[in-house]
Design a protein. Sequence first.
Length: 149
Amino acid sequence: MQMRHKVLNESGGQRTLAVVLETGEEAMERLSAFAKEQRLSAAQITGIGAFGEVVLKYFDWERREYLSNHVGEQVEVASLIGDVVLDPSGEPSVHVHLVVGRRDGTALAGHLGSGLVRPTLEIIIEESPAHLRKRKDPQSGLALIRLEN
């Protein structure tokens, strides 16, 4: 299925893209596919919308692994920010943090592990002409952005 998107602006190697996900689409799967399709290598992501269910991840420093927190209820996306950079193998890597709000107004936050959109997720991607690359950090075991001249 072709993801709905539109180029809002393109100038000097920079692009602004709008991406709209619909009910039932898995957000990380679709955003990762879009990043590969568009050959994104340095971009910022923002968004709003809602999920019918979502998995938030938290990096446990002592264990050097991500813990998953499944939220099996309708939540509003209060804040979604992230980036796309090249991973150590040279492939686009999507990294998203978000805050979601529950019906009672409480909030949960973490890395977006997965999320089933309901009814929409509206994303703006600001692409830069520069490339960013992740390298494995020996202390944490994570692939982290390393700025190179």
